[in-house]
Design a protein around this ligand. Sequence first.
Ligand SMILES: Cc1cc2nc3c(=O)[nH]c(=O)nc-3n(C[C@H](O)[C@H](O)[C@H](O)COP(=O)(O)OP(=O)(O)OC[C@H]3O[C@@H](n4cnc5c(N)ncnc54)[C@H](O)[C@@H]3O)c2cc1C
Ligand code: SF4
Length: 342
Amino acid sequence: MMRLPLFAFRAPRTLDEAARILHGEGPDAMPLAGGTDLLPNMKRRQQVPHTLLSLRQIDALRAMRFAELGARLGACLTLSDIASDSRFRNGATALAQAAAQVATPHIRNMATLGGNLCLDTRCNYYDQSYEWRKAINFCMKKDGVTCWVAPSSPKCMAVSSTDTAPALMALGARVRLVSQSGEREISLTDLYNNDGMNYLHRKPDEILAEVLLDSLHDWCSTYWKLRRRGSFDFPVLSVAAAARFGKSGAIEVARIVIGSAASRPLVAEEAAKFLVGRSLTAETIAEAAALAARIAKPLDNTDFDMSWRKKVTAEFVTYALRELRGDDVSAERAAITRMPSI
Ligand SMILES: Cc1cc2nc3c(=O)[nH]c(=O)nc-3n(C[C@H](O)[C@H](O)[C@H](O)COP(=O)(O)OP(=O)(O)OC[C@H]3O[C@@H](n4cnc5c(N)ncnc54)[C@H](O)[C@@H]3O)c2cc1C
Ligand code: SF4
């Protein structure tokens, strides 16, 4: 049986108090939300914070506010809260689809939006028990010096495996980060860093408090996820796409984001730019899919063959764009995943 290491536990009731404690405890303290990733990681000694700062007693972090100009989502809303709320449809469908495909119903009832956005990166050489990792002399991400995926690499290439981040990036989300010294709002895209160890541009004393969305009226969006088990599994490739169409049927704005193909979700800028002013014909979809797949360079450190995952990127972009133009792609979706109906 794997046991948790010893740790101190703090459970503040306000965000101010939480920010004060996190600052005072220093970088060895970590926020704890649903605990569905952090606690198993602690059991495997991948992360060994001396203090856990629980965010679960802070009511403000569970608020969900919708207004004409957009929405504010508290970081401690659970993924079940989001997947089951009918207000996340049409424009924000990608978010509901992503949340609905994380793990299992029990985990989604505990797992939070903030925890999903700050999820640790994953790698076959890292997501193992302490004894397994010790037997290979650990790796650079924790306790070792060598990267076993690319021994000459100075950088860890563990994979960003969050489902909601690509979806929210495609929706143009921003996040509010709060610390004792103040707060800042940044685009979610800028939260991520393409480095498996330092994968967030979040200071150790910052708490992700809210996700902010502009109005998605007139937008449509979708999320496609590749995983080995259709019922539940981490993504090993994902595609989120969102678009706003003009009256002529041509695209006014588009965003395509590729998940689980690097240490951060990748924005397919060239593909999105190419789509602006064009209608979604078979030819434009094929060109956009090829442009988007070009940036995906999956590595051999998660499930499935890496070159096959790259090919699937173009397929998924094709499905996503066909769905955005109104095609019925339920058969294609059913063939690859068992997404709960939302
Ligand atoms: C069997 C299994 C299957 C899973 N499948 C998936 C999957 O398919 N897709 C997927 O995306 N995830 C999956 N997960 C991982 C995890 O359950 C989810 O990512 C979940 O959303 C994490 O949220 P949490 O609230 O439990 O985070 P926690 O475990 O509490 O925290 C995760 C990390 O985020 C930090 N953190 C949490 N909240 C904040 C905050 N507000 N501000 C700053 N830092 C914060 C923590 O310090 C920690 O580093 C799976 C887990 C398990 C056990
Ligand atoms: S990519 Fe390399 S350093 Fe990073 S977790 Fe995997 S083996 Fe370790």
